[in-house]
Structure formats: structure tokens, C-alpha cells
Design a protein around this ligand. Structure first.
Ligand code: UD1
Length: 407
């Protein structure tokens, strides 16, 4: 492989920002909005709630003037667990929300206790029955001091969405600091919200009475960038990524550097120069931002599989996030998992076979490993990959990989 590829907009920014469009009285125009099945599912929810939604290439335009819906049906909730981020937005807009409990997903249990505890503090009454959450803020939402027991990304977003139109000021401590939180704050502020401190662990949200429309460009997807870097590293290819935000990639780049890769960075462009022989990475510990992202754990693992020496991964965010390991082993990798720890003994070659993706990032990891494996690798479960990559095979093919989608 060799060449240049443009990194598309971030899924994890697009989803909460699209939910945030519900709060605006005007037209919201979002540029660099990726074409992903998760984004399509989010647009479906917006339409179900009464928004007018239009896509023109990479731009999505949302009109939320005539929102009447308060409920997300179970079928739409099941399509995408992260639609829980609509809870704060619907409550702020309608004063009431009804949605089904997200339950478990590919990554294991997906609790929302932190979301609910925070919303209660803002004055939301919550009733759970028959797998459904009934939430209402009869006396309106009121700003409060809220401390999150863990810097949950989704809970931070839900608090921001609920608090922007609340009476008074909300101070959120131990908030998530992910770049996608900053992007959501930038979008809301462009609509007239008063949010300060996003990107730090304390965020202050001064409620305003209404939000107007705006035009906003979604940040580049740092996990897609990590996946493409991994593909370049395992195939020893020089690849130039366009439209990236290098500061968002610091923890990821340091892992690649430890593996022996070099980087040339200029503005929003990043070129990777991988070594002839990859070196093991002592520890990859997933952490809240600015630590190494859990979403990049699987896509980066093929680098360790093919490196000289032993690498250790510690998954600190999700308890069930090693489903790709068994399939990497089928490709010839040597990996032992014990609880949150995966020990990877580098091997000199992988050999292609049919493998099954069990989740989005695991599917990307198998695709990356397949690029380096001898012979043909078939990756099943491409529907998972489509949730977060705008044609992963198209991006890799453009770089010269021999990859095709069969169905
Ligand atoms: C978001 C991202 C996901 C990423 C994750 C962690 C989106 C759409 N998804 O998911 O890709 O992997 O951040 O960076 O942005 N937790 C609780 N109670 C709660 C909420 C979370 O115990 O109420 C736990 C979770 O089980 C998990 C950890 O906190 O172990 C982190 O979850 P969280 O940061 O909330 O992830 P999401 O927002 O769901």
C-alpha cells in the first residue's frame, strides 16, 4: 500500500451533535458528517421525532422547528445503543421523554446509572417499567452542581444537552474530556449556548432560554485515523492522512512510535513511516482521554501481533472488549487474555482465513490483520464495520490494498 487518504468526520461527534440539533429553533447545517449506518439510524430518530432532515453529500441539514415526538421506539433504540444521548435533548426540548432501556450490547452491559443520576439532579423524575424509561421534568430543568463518579462520555453529553436550556447554571465535575465533548460544546455555543470548560474535567453550563441554528464542521475521526495508521504499519507502507487533528492522536501516536514508526506532521496532514520490523509495545492501557482510547485498542492490536517481542494490553473501560482476539488467533496471532489483560506475543506472519467480526472496532482490527496476512482473509460481519467507517474497504483500496466487498 502507499498513498494518501482523507479521514472522514467523527462518528462519536456526529451522533450527539445530531441529537443536539433537536434543541435548536433554527436550521443546523453540519459539514463533514460521515455516511455511516449509525448516522443513518440517528437521522431516522430525528425524523421520527418530527425533524426535517436533508443530506447533500457530506453535509446534513436539520430543521427541528416542528418537533412533536417525545418517544424513541424500541426498534430504533435497538438499532443503536448510543441513542441514549437523545434522552437529555428530548427532555430539554419537550420536558418529557420516553425510551426503552438500552440493555446490553456487543461490548457487554451498557449501564446508564450515571446518566440517570445526573438528570435527576437537574430535576428529572424517572420511572422504569416494562423495560421502558419514562422521564419528565414537570417543574422544568434547573442547573445544579453534578459530580460524575466516572468521566462517562455519554453522561457528560446528556448533562450538557439537558443543561443548556435549564434555568440557572450547571457545574459538572469529573466530566469526560474527549475531543468529541469539545466538538459538541462548540456546536452548542455556535447555536447560542453558554458552555465553558469543555475539554477540562469541570464544565460550566449557563442555561439560556433558546438556541438558534448554526453551521458547524464535525471534527475528524481519530479512531478511523488510528485504524488507517495500523493498516499502514502492518503492511510497512508510507501513508499520508489528510484532514486529521494531530493533537487528538497523541496517545495513539506514542504507541506507534514505540513500535518503531516515525511521523511527519504538517498542519492537518500526518504521514506515517513504518519500520521494516515492528517492535513490541510494553503497555497499551485504555483510559479516558487524553489516555489511549478504548476504541483504538482492537484496531491497533494487529501491530502488536506482528511486532518483535511481547506487548501487553490492559482494557480499563469496557469489560468485554476482546472479542476480536479469538479471530486474530485464527489468523495465526499469539494472544492470551486474562480478564482485562491481553498478552500478545509477536509472530513473524499471519495467514489468511475466514473470520467473523463481533463488533465495530473488532471488525476493523480483523480487516487490518487481513491486509498483512498471507493469502486471502474473509471478514464476515461487515455490517458492524459500516457503523463507524465510511467504506473502510474503499479507503484501503485507494491506498493500494487488494480488498473488495463481496456483499
Ligand atoms: C462513548 C463512545 C464509545 C467509546 C466510549 C468510551 C459514543 C457514541 N460512543 O460511549 O465509542 O468506546 O465512549 O470512550 O460516543 N458507565 C457506567 N454507567 C453509566 C455510563 C457509563 O458504568 O451510566 C461505564 C461503561 O459501562 C463503561 C465506562 O463507563 O465501562 C465508559 O462508558 P462511557 O464513557 O459512558 O461510554 P459511552 O458514552 O457509552
Amino acid at each position: 500500500m502507499e498513498g494518501e487518504v482523507t479521514v472522514h468526520g467523527a462518528k462519536n461527534s456526529a451522533l450527539p451533535i445530531l441529537a443536539a440539533c433537536l434543541l435548536s429553533g433554527g436550521e443546523c447545517t453540519l459539514h463533514n458528517c460521515p455516511r455511516l449506518s449509525d448516522v443513518d439510524a440517528t437521522l431516522k430518530i430525528l425524523r421520527h421525532l418530527g425533524c426535517r432532515v436533508k443530506r447533500e453529500g457530506g453535509t446534513v441539514i436539520v430543521h427541528a422547528q416542528s418537533v412533536t415526538g417525545k418517544e424513541i421506539p424500541d426498534t430504533l433504540m435497538r438499532e443503536m445503543r448510543s441513542s441514549i444521548v437523545f434522552l437529555g435533548a428530548i427532555l430539554a426540548r419537550m420536558g418529557e421523554a420516553r425510551l426503552s432501556f438500552p440493555g446490553g450490547c456487543e461490548l457487554g452491559p451498557r449501564p446508564i446509572d450515571l446518566h440517570l443520576a445526573a438528570l435527576k439532579k437537574l430535576g428529572v423524575q424517572i420511572r422504569e417499567d416494562h423495560g421502558c424509561l419514562h422521564c419528565s421534568a414537570k417543574h422544568g430543568l434547573r442547573g445544579k452542581r453534578i459530580h460524575l463518579a466516572f468521566p462517562s462520555v455519554g453522561a457528560t453529553e446528556n448533562v450538557m444537552l439537558a443543561a443548556v436550556l435549564a434555568k440557572g447554571t450547571t457545574i459538572l465535575t469529573n466530566a469526560a474530556c474527549e475531543p468529541e465533548i469539545c466538538d459538541l460544546a462548540d456546536f452548542l455555543n455556535a447555536c447560542g449556548a453558554k458552555i465553558q470548560g469543555a475539554g477540562d474535567s469541570t464544565i460550566s453550563i449557563q442555561g439560556v432560554s433558546r438556541l438558534h441554528g448554526c453551521e458547524h464542521t464535525i471534527i475528524p475521526d481519530r479512531i478511523v485515523a488510528a485504524t488507517l495508521l495500523s493498516a499502514a504499519a502492518v503492511t510497512h507502507s508510507r501513508v499520508l492522512l489528510r484532514r486529521v487533528e494531530p493533537v487528538h492522536l497523541e496517545s495513539i501516536l506514542s504507541v506507534f512510535e514505540e513500535a518503531g514508526c516515525q511521523f511527519r506532521c504538517e498542519g492537518k496532514e500526518l504521514e506515517i513511516l513504518p519500520p521494516a520490523i515492528l517492535q513490541a509495545v510494553k503497555h497499551v492501557r485504555t483510559m479516558p482521554y487524553p489516555g489511549f482510547p478504548t476504541d483504538a485498542q482492537a484496531p491497533v492490536m494487529p501491530v502488536a501481533c506482528l511486532a518483535k517481542g511481547t506487548s501487553v494490553f490492559v482494557e480499563n473501560i469496557f469489560e468485554n472488549r476482546y472479542k476480536h482476539v479469538g479471530e486474530l488467533v485464527r489468523l495465526g496471532a499469539s494472544i492470551k487474555v486474562e480478564g482485562r489483560v491481553a498478552v500478545v506475543e509477536g509472530v513473524s506472519r499471519l495467514s489468511g482465513t475466514a473470520v467473523q467480526a463481533a463488533d465495530l472496532r473488532g471488525g476493523a482490527a480483523l480487516t487490518v490483520a487481513g491486509l498483512a496476512a498471507e493469502g486471502i482473509t474473509q471478514v464476515w460481519g461487515v455490517n458492524y464495520i459500516d457503523r463507524g467507517y465510511e467504506s473502510l474497504e474503499g479507503m484501503l483500496h485507494a491506498l493500494g490494498a487488494n480488498i473488495t466487498r463481496i456483499s
